[in-house]
Design a protein around this ligand. Structure first.
Ligand code: SF4
Ligand code: SF4
Length: 397
């Protein structure tokens, strides 16, 4: 982590402004990607500013769960390879790890195509183990996250740009939710419940506790629609890098044509007093030139209102509003293999498996863990009439 004597170049800032480096990249050719990463890191001082001989580097790819081949849910192997090779070239000992929502890191790395790269480069893939810690913010008295991330000299976060059913978008900040080990993720989802702002505060605080030195984002082929695991490939054709994850995410929102503060994690960061992202120095490419021709946001409905005193005082009103406004998960019975994984995943214990999967919508907290983690993509979403009306209305605004 940077100490007080580091220069602005070393910390990836320009005159105190966080640098967000962008570059076009439209294919997964290994050499081209390595060149692209070198290009991305040049304005930040190059890999040598982050990695020194003998450093223990931990790469944190996005390994959400095993998905069908070709689904852009994970950090692409070529991006992983390029960053790992550069860190090795600078004399580091490199490890990689993540805590998938379902399955081991090894199993998901295999599915994501990382295993051959890991073997070829002699990198150790670690399964995360939990340790109690806290961030400087201390909004949460205790955070239980991966010891391996806390112990590394240098953490390099390798997110992939994807929509997210619950949190709108997953990029640099949200990828650090993988620091929460295994089933504890579902516990956090439950504790945050329908309050996305609370969940975002927790994700932001985890990101601050891990404090990766560098973030390199794969947006060559991104995922839109029903992300983060069941969406569509969108060839967005770029990569991004920086030291400030909130600044990177704010630039992603702008590229995708939305206000940064629409993203819960950016709102959480701002409310915690982190506002430097607003002065990001964007270099390499112009935001407007990277905007995709089409980008499909996930179906979500804003239910912040159900947490207001009015609705808290009138539970029947709250129940009715929830019924007409919420977007809930729905099982696609023709795809369901009755494996029971969603029953175990659901933090609200809202799913049962008898002859078929049933969801108790009174208990469901709309965390979309089932939708995200069903190994057979057997979940879709359904909205009440108000959510459908609002969606239609917003299209014509
Ligand atoms: S919905 Fe998915 S996770 Fe749940 S039982 Fe069916 S296949 Fe398994
Ligand atoms: S049913 Fe799905 S969305 Fe609802 S609480 Fe359970 S896992 Fe979350």
């Amino acid at each position: 982590m940077p100490d007080n004597n580091t220069t602005s170049e070393q910390t990836g800032t320009s005159s105190g402004k966080p640098v967000v480096s962008l570059t076009r990249q439209s294919n997964y050719n290994s050499q081209e990607i390595k060149d692209a990463v070198v290009r991305l890191l040049a304005p930040l001082g190059g890999m040598e500013k982050f990695v020194k001989t003998g450093d223990r580097v931990m790469l944190k790819p996005n390994l959400v769960r095993a998905c069908k081949p070709g689904v852009p849910a994970h950090t692409a192997p070529e991006v992983f390879r390029a960053v790992a090779e550069l860190a090795l070239d600078h004399g580091a000992t490199v490890k990689a790890g993540d805590s998938p929502g379902i399955g081991s890191a090894a199993k998901v790395a295999d599915n994501a195509g990382l295993t051959p790269v890991i073997k070829e480069l002699g990198i150790e893939l670690v399964e995360f183990t939990p340790r109690d810690t806290f961030s400087e913010l201390r909004q949460f008295k205790k955070l239980t996250i991966a010891a391996e991330l806390l112990d590394a000299d240098v953490v390099i976060n390798l997110p992939r740009l994807k929509t997210h059913g619950q949190m709108i978008l997953t990029a640099a900040v949200k990828n650090l939710f993988g620091a929460v080990v295994g089933p504890r993720k579902f516990e956090w989802h439950y504790r945050a419940g329908e309050n996305k702002d609370a969940f975002a505060r927790m994700i932001y605080e985890i990101c601050m506790a891990v404090k990766p030195e560098l973030h390199i984002l794969d947006a060559i082929v991104s995922m839109d629609g029903l992300g983060p695991t069941s969406g569509r490939a969108n060839h967005t054709n770029f990569m991004a890098a920086g030291t400030d994850p909130v600044a990177i995410d704010s630039v992603m929102m702008k590229i995708l044509g939305r206000e940064p503060l629409d993203l819960y994690t950016i709102k959480a960061a701002t409310e915690a007093g982190d506002t430097v992202w607003q002065n990001a120095n964007i270099t390499g490419e112009v935001i407007y030139n990277l905007r995709p021709a089409h980008w499909h946001w996930p179906k979500t409905s804003e239910l912040a209102m159900v947490n207001t005193p009015l609705f808290e005082s009138y539970p029947i009103l709250k129940k009715w509003f929830r019924h007409i406004a919420a977007v809930f998960p729905k099982v696609i019975e023709s795809k369901c293999k009755k494996c029971g994984a969603c029953v175990n995943i659901c933090p609200a214990k809202a799913i049962t498996l008898k002859d078929k999967i049933e969801i108790d919508y009174e208990k469901c907290i709309r965390c979309y863990c089932c939708h995200e983690l069903c190994p057979h993509d057997a979940f879709s979403t359904k909205g009440g009439w108000l959510s459908k009306f609002l969606k239609l209305f917003s299209r014509h605004m």
